[in-house]
Design a protein around this ligand. Structure first.
Ligand SMILES: [Zn+2]
Length: 137
């Protein structure tokens, strides 16, 4: 009879990024809020970049945001695989990098309202954004 370690025994301890991924896997988009200065943070961290606070809690994000900056990355010629890389200002005040789906990538403009969606890519949950108005101009 062999003795095998449970799979979790070899896993790295869950850092804030892993916690973020775990929430996504449950269909929840959560970002951290600092208990000292009340600002919201993204990317997941162990320290508040604003005040150095360590009392970070996970809050459900509204999913609302606007485009702060965008650039379209060209896919392979002849395919419809161009995609927009955007910096999104979340309603909560944090800023995150993501992709926009569900509209013409060249129509993505600074200030455009977006809403978050969780999708799966390569077996991993991922936050992407789509136009809040359904892609209508
Ligand atoms: Zn803080």
């Amino acid at each position: 009879m062999t003795h095998e370690l449970p799979p979790s025994a070899s896993a790295a301890p869950a850092g804030p990024d892993a916690v973020f991924q775990d929430y996504l896997a449950q269909g929840e988009f959560r970002i951290q809020q600092c208990g000292s200065c009340a600002r919201h943070l993204f990317y997941p961290r162990v320290l508040c970049p604003h005040c150095g606070g360590t009392q970070l809690s996970w809050r459900q994000a509204s999913g609302k945001g606007t485009v702060y900056a965008c650039s379209v990355v060209m896919g392979k010629p002849g395919t419809d695989s161009d995609y927009a890389v955007v910096l999104v200002d979340l309603e909560e005040g944090a800023r995150m990098m993501s992709h926009v789906i569900g509209c013409d990538q060249h129509a993505v403009k600074i200030g455009m309202p977006l809403r978050a969606r969780i999708m799966e890519r390569d077996g991993k949950p991922l936050v992407v954004f789509e136009p809040a108005n359904g892609g209508m101009p």
